[in-house]
Design a protein around this ligand. Structure first.
Ligand SMILES: Nc1ncnc2c1ncn2[C@@H]1O[C@H](COP(=O)(O)OP(=O)(O)O)[C@@H](O)[C@H]1O
Length: 480
């Protein structure tokens, strides 16, 4: 494939040829579609921004330049041939420093890098989108907000390629490359790694054939407006942006106790999800930036950037719980009617059609308020908080004499061990780093940090299902 000063050539093959000829043969046998520069100039004179040319294109993909210097594009070809509409961006000009790109269904399929005149042999990357129905999702959230868990569930169900910017960077650090060395300096400080390292890394991964064919779930990117813009310029636009929000105190606790099993890749938590046996416990590792001090820095960086990124994707964002307002209700907390007025005002403000469920405390005034609300608005669904119900039940159970005595003993034994570091150390050594369940204050808000990973996934998945249906409905045969 050549990029002369006068011509732009697009090539065409069919799947049968692909099988018969193999890679090299295909490159030689591509039918050339020649567009004379003069044609482009005439088009431009007509004031058209873009010139469209159409071709039958097989699924072609290769992020790596071919070693042949005269043929700087290489291709690996899959079985299915697809009909694809190509748009040739008319940014092309012998003087223009801007890169030349071909886009296919929003996916970058060809790009010339560098700002040299086209007479200089360009480096080409040829990639084609095989499946316009594939999902393209971005997921964002503070450290330990559960992105990893949700990504696992999402990729499993929708067979997407999971691309985590943090993992790409850690792989680079582990490889000991110059980029990795530089990246580590920033990662240790909980700061963002400079764009010149991250952007290309993510772009290259997105261009890989598996991401192009299956669709992708991009995790931890973009973290700034400039990263989002850079990706957009490369032609990558998500269908959906997911933001996971979790209160900060929960995040710190999660991060500090988080451990990785390097053999299985499974993530454990010393307290909430301890390893199953001593063998696993002994090999667990901790991320170098999972300390309390560093996580606080990472959280600050996250909060500084998240709003800017969100503003770019607000139309396609799904968010979890949103904090609206806190009110001092101490003067009315005991009066059902007053609590009803308060709740009713909020339902009015949010719009009744947008309220799925109203959840309150189990106090009699809340129960009365909830019932009044249901009377006034028969389509509204009110429930007392399930966690609070359980909390009250357990409190009552804990008052039974037998249980009360056992609990008291457990609490004093717990305090005895945890107040003596030598003893605690010994217990951990002999139990394979196990912890005792410790008495803690119960939290009775079913929302916020109390939402289970399955509930979060259900929320995300319903949005994904809608998206899949939408994509299927709008994907007709592509014009050629
Ligand atoms: N998109 C990005 N841009 C710049 N730096 C990044 C990006 N993604 C990850 N990093 C760096 O890698 C570190 C680890 O990222 P990650 O594994 O996603 O964990 P976390 O989100 O918990 O900080 C970040 O603290 C940051 O230094």
């Amino acid at each position: 494939m050549a990029f002369g000063h006068k011509y732009v050539m697009l090539m065409h093959v069919t799947t049968k040829k692909v099988r018969r000829l193999g890679k090299r043969g295909i490159l030689n046998s591509w039918r050339r579609l020649v567009i004379h520069r003069s044609t482009r100039e005439r088009e431009r004179e007509r004031g058209r921004e873009q010139m469209a040319c159409f071709a039958n294109l097989p699924m072609i993909s290769s992020p790596n330049p071919n070693p042949n210097p005269n043929l700087k594009a290489s291709a690996s070809l899959s079985q299915s041939s697809i009909s694809t509409k190509l748009h040739f961006s008319s940014q092309f000009s012998s003087l223009s420093p801007s890169p030349l790109s071909l886009r296919c269904n929003q996916t970058l399929i060809l790009r010339r890098f560098g700002g040299r005149a086209p007479s200089v042999s360009p480096t080409l990357v040829v990639v084609a989108s095989a499946n316009p129905n594939s999902l393209k999702i971005m997921i964002s959230g503070a450290p330990a907000s559960g992105k990893g868990t949700q990504c696992e569930l999402i990729t499993k169900k929708h067979d997407l390629v999971h691309i985590a910017a943090g993992d790409l960077l850690r792989a680079e650090v582990a490889a000991g490359s110059e980029n990795g060395r530089r990246a580590k300096e920033f990662m240790e400080k909980g700061k963002l790694v400079p764009n010149e390292i991250v952007v290309m890394m993510v772009r290259d991964r997105l261009l890989q054939p598996d991401s192009q064919e299956k669709g992708w779930l991009l995790d931890g990117y973009p973290r700034s407006q400039s990263q989002a813009t850079a990706l957009k310029e490369f032609g990558f636009e998500p269908d959906l942006f997911i933001l996971l929000e979790v209160p900060e105190e929960i995040l710190v606790e999660r991060v500090v106790g988080r451990r990785l099993d390097p053999v299985t890749g499974r993530i454990y938590h010393l307290k909430y999800s301890p390893p199953e046996n001593e063998e696993i416990a002994a090999r667990l590792t901790q991320r170098f930036d999972d300390t309390e001090e560093k996580v606080k820095l990472r959280l600050r960086t996250h909060h500084q950037n998240v709003e800017a990124v969100l503003s770019l994707y607000k139309d396609i964002t799904i968010k979890g719980t949103m904090f609206m307002q806190s009110i001092d209700a101490s003067s009315m907390i005991k009066t059902g009617e007053k609590m009803f007025e308060l709740l009713d005002k909020w339902v009015e403000q949010v719009g009744e059609e947008n309220v799925i469920q109203v959840i309150t405390d189990n106090h009699s005034s809340y129960v009365m308020a909830g019932r009044l609300l249901e009377l006034k608005r028969p389509h509204l669904y009110w429930t007392p908080c399930a966690a609070h119900c359980l909390d009250l039940m357990l409190e009552d159970i804990g008052k039974l004499p037998n249980i009360k005595r056992t609990l008291e003993r457990a609490i004093s034994l717990n305090g005895y061990i945890y107040n003596r570091s030598g003893l605690l150390n010994m217990m951990r050594r002999f139990t394979g780093q196990r912890e005792l369940l410790r008495p803690a204050k119960t939290r009775f808000a079913t929302v916020n940090g109390g939402v289970s990973k399955e509930e979060v996934f259900a929320q995300i998945d319903s949005a994904l299902e809608k998206l899949v249906k939408q994509k299927k409905a709008t994907a007709g045969p592509v014009a050629i």
